[in-house]
Each structure stands twice: as C-alpha cells, then as structure tokens.
Design a protein around this ligand. Structure first.
Ligand SMILES: *[C@@H]1O[C@H](CO)[C@@H](O)[C@H](O)[C@H]1NC(C)=O
Length: 213
C-alpha cells in the first residue's frame, strides 16, 4: 500500500468523500454513491415523465353465437370485440408485445387469441380488435345452470375478457423494459340472433381495469 493507492481511491471517492480510510470502506462509499446517484436520476426521470396508466375501454361487441349444447356442455362461441387503448403519456411511447387475450365465462376460459404486437406513440388512442370463435367444453353444473339462467333472462351473458401484454417503454431514444400489463374487461353481452339476420344489439361502452405487475 503506497500513497499512490490512497490517491487513486480518494479520487474515486471524491464525490462522496471517503470518511474512513482503507480500500474496502472506500469501495463501500463508491457503491453507496452510485446507488444514491442512480436513485436520484430515477426519481428525477419519474418526476419529469410521471408515467400515467393506460386507459382501456370496450367500445363495440358482437356476440353472434353463444350456445351451450345440452348434455355434452360444449360452448360454441363467436365474439368480436373492439377495444380502444389510450396512452395518456406525453413523453412515453409504448410497444406492446406478446399480447394474449382470453375470454372467460363463469370463471372458465373458453376463447383465446393472440393479436399482433403494436406500437403506440405518445398521447395516442389505438384500436385493438379481438375475435374469438370456436368450441370449448364447460365444466360443472353450476356453470351450465348459470348459462341457462342468463339465456332465459334475455340472452345477456356476463363474459370476462382478460388481456395480458409485455411492454417496452420508449422515452426519446431510450428504450426500457416496462412492466407486464393486465387488462380486465367485465362485459355484459347481448347475444345476437344471427340466424334471423338480427343486427348487433347496442353495446354500452365499458371501462376495463388495468393493472401492472
Ligand atoms: C363469426 O361471426 C362473424 C360475424 O357474424 C362471421 O363473419 C364469422 O364467419 C363467424 N366465424 C365463425 C367461425 O363462425
């Protein structure tokens, strides 16, 4: 250990002032210094850009088929859903990737679709159209009874559409990995009598819940 080492370490420690002598404590104070600076930068960035949560609403829906076969309890479904996704941030553009949408009835998943990745500039509202069509078994008498009840009460069904997406945030030229986003849309859907050429019934715009994790 010469005076050279202590000069180097005191230069390194300079911004934070090495209170104790010795390389270890200096290393410690340098690390502390880095953490404090990184924390301050993060705080300043956060205050500057203050991320706002995205807003999602379901604006149109067409449930042209939603039938439960008796005995086998196979649910045949055809649902198209139009969503509006709003990015209220002035400085943060968003890139959605790995988007997955699932439709649930009585707590059971019946439909699944994976819309393409999309980019959303600052302050922009983007349409997100989902289509679910196919057949899926429904398990349990309670779910089937729920279906019969809703079918009898004007064929308005409570369907939950859940969407999850990974996100990348873009601030100027900076790209950082964002949180995973979960969107939950509890819908009340009037089944359309497609066989009789009925037009899609009016759909009441519904706000979806958005959470990050
Ligand atoms: C679902 O409904 C739409 C609109 O009525 C129709 O164009 C489409 O062919 C249907 N899809 C299936 C798989 O039945």
């Amino acid at each position: 250990m010469g005076s050279k080492t202590s000069t180097v370490s005191s230069v390194l420690c300079c911004p934070c002032r090495c209170l104790f002598c010795g390389v270890l404590s200096c290393l410690f104070s340098v690390l502390t210094c880095i953490f404090v600076v990184a924390g301050l930068v993060a705080l300043v960035l956060y205050l500057l850009f203050r991320p706002h949560i995205i807003r999602v609403s379901a604006v149109s829906a067409d449930l042209s088929d939603f039938t439960l076969t008796p005995q086998t309890w196979i649910l045949r479904y055809n649902l198209s859903l139009g969503l509006q996704v709003r990015n209220p941030n002035k400085h943060i553009a968003l890139h959605y990737h790995g988007v997955v949408a699932q439709a649930h009835y009585e707590g059971q998943q019946f439909g699944h679709t994976a819309p393409p990745d999309f980019f959303q500039d600052t302050g922009v509202t983007s349409p997100l159209d989902l289509a679910f069509a196919g057949e899926s078994p429904i398990v349990g008498g309670i779910a089937a009874a729920g279906f019969r009840r809703e079918a009898a009460e004007g064929a308005i069904f409570s369907v939950d559409v859940k969407i999850s997406s990974h996100m990348k945030l873009k601030v100027w030229v900076l790209r950082v990995l964002g949180p995973k986003t979960k969107i939950d849309c509890p819908l009340r859907l009037q089944r359309r009598d497609a066989a009789h050429g009925q037009r899609p019934p009016e759909f009441k715009q519904t706000e979806c819940r958005v959470t990050f994790f």
